[in-house]
Ligand binder design. Structure first.
Ligand code: PMP
Length: 418
């Protein structure tokens, strides 16, 4: 039942990484006198020229407010905006485009569900389950909701390797469980969770499931119908798209009975001082002028991913991860953090005797961008009794040569203390 949602794929010798790199202008620069090696993709990925140009094009030729203008520019902007919704529908295999809601990002998607679904369907004494590995944005909204409602937050514990303890998860599930909010992939450790089984088990007790797909949607196929999740949230900026844009998917029968998240223009049918009627989904959840330019430019990011194919992207990233894990693992004093059997894109580690922040600063001086710190997962860091880690995370444009550069720099840094 907890089949491993397969992520391992063979590498692709003919993968056109060099021509892919040419499409990302930002990669071709020096930082601190060295060619930039960008390995902070779990924080945000870089954008291909097509996305950058689409933003420019929109403001140069089509800019208008959508859904209400009677003129040509408004019609063009509206068509393009709604075209992205269609593309996202196909990207996640949503049954309809009305179930695709544009948000600011994963964080806002989760907060929308906590505010709207939570306010209506979570009552005193109910239980919400999350995991010990969640990003703060999938912890704090539930804490706030539980406090407001007198509900209880329960936490799935993890092993030393960084995997969920599923036997305990099953014990936590009771008829009081109303929601399971779980990440698909850990941003701090790269663990891929067996969410199909987690969703199945939650549904057996009648609980709904929200999947935080912030770290999975850029690496492998996320099919909301195959997963049968009730909600799924992700951010465009981790998917080669613009910042300030996210997607929330929800099952129709839930979205239709959930109250609006914010009030304002666009989300209404009719407003009267005696009362207001709300718009249909998805507009009920999209109050105010949305992030039109970024929604439209996101099409180019989706086209970029489709053109390469998610399977090939994943195969390339898996090859990088296993190459980096082996190579860096040979450095004296290298301590991996998170050694789950199913991982994607992320290599978190410590260097014996050194603070992760110092390691990050030294790598930066050599032109290498990694993330250091708690990765917005402080409870996870506490579980491991550490303050933070150094995190290298890989994307479609990274190369083995860049990992060699990381290896050489890290070897020199580690030698100081080991
Ligand atoms: N969840 C996970 C697993 C993440 O990695 C992130 C971003 N680091 C978020 C949620 C929040 O995403 P955003 O900041 O784009 O809203």
């Amino acid at each position: 039942m907890y089949r491993k949602d397969s992520v391992a794929k063979e590498g692709d010798a003919g993968f056109p990484v060099e021509s892919i790199r040419k499409r990302f202008p930002i990669l071709h620069q020096e930082v601190n006198g060295r060619p930039l090696v960008y390995l902070d993709n779990a924080a945000t990925s870089q954008k291909p020229l097509s996305v950058i140009q689409a933003l420019n094009q929109y403001y140069s030729t089509d800019n208008a407010n959508i859904h209400r203008g009677a003129h040509a520019l408004a019609a063009r902007a509206t068509d393009q905006f709604e075209r992205t919704r269609q593309m996202v529908k196909s990207f996640i295999n949503s049954p309809s485009e009305e179930q695709v809601i544009f948000t600011k990002g994963t964080t806002e998607g989760i907060n929308l569900v906590a505010s709207s679904f939570g306010r209506k369907f979570i009552q005193e004494g109910d239980e919400i389950i999350i995991s010990a590995m969640e990003h703060h944005s999938n912890i704090v909204p539930w804490q706030m909701l539980c406090e407001e409602k007198g509900a209880e937050l329960k936490v799935i514990p993890i092993t030393d390797e960084g995997e969920l303890i599923l036997e305990t998860y099953e014990k936590l599930l009771t008829p009081k469980t109303k929601l399971v909010a779980i990440q698909h992939v850990s941003n701090a450790l790269g663990t891929v969770h067996p969410i199909s089984g987690i969703i199945e088990k939650a549904h057996e007790v009648g609980a709904k499931v929200l999947v935080d797909a912030a770290q999975s949607s850029s690496h492998f196929l996320v099919d909301v119908q195959a997963l049968d999740c009730d909600f799924l949230a992700f951010s465009a900026h981790k998917l080669y798209g613009p910042t300030g844009l996210g997607i929330l998917y929800g099952k129709r029968e839930l979205l239709e009975v959930m109250p609006p998240y914010q009030g304002g223009g666009e989300m209404i049918k009719e407003v009267d001082f005696d009362g207001t009627t709300f718009n249909d989904i998805p507009f009920k959840f999209e109050a105010g002028t949305p992030n039109i330019a970024d929604v439209i430019a996101f099409q180019k990011a989706l086209e970029f991913i489709q053109e390469l194919g998610k399977d090939r992207i994943l195969a390339h990233e898996n090859e990088l991860l296993s190459y980096a894990t082996d190579k860096l693992g040979s450095i004296k004093g290298f301590i991996p953090v998170g050694t789950a059997s199913q991982k994607v894109s992320v290599l978190s580690f410590l260097i014996n005797g050194m603070h992760p922040f110092d390691v990050g600063m030294m790598l930066d001086a050599m032109g290498i961008a990694v993330r250091t710190g708690h990765h917005c997962a402080q409870p996870l860091m506490k579980r491991f009794n550490i303050e933070g880690t150094v995190r290298a995370s890989f994307a479609v444009y990274n190369t083995k040569q860049e990992i060699d550069t990381l290896y050489n720099s890290l070897s020199r840094i580690a030698k100081r203390k080991n």
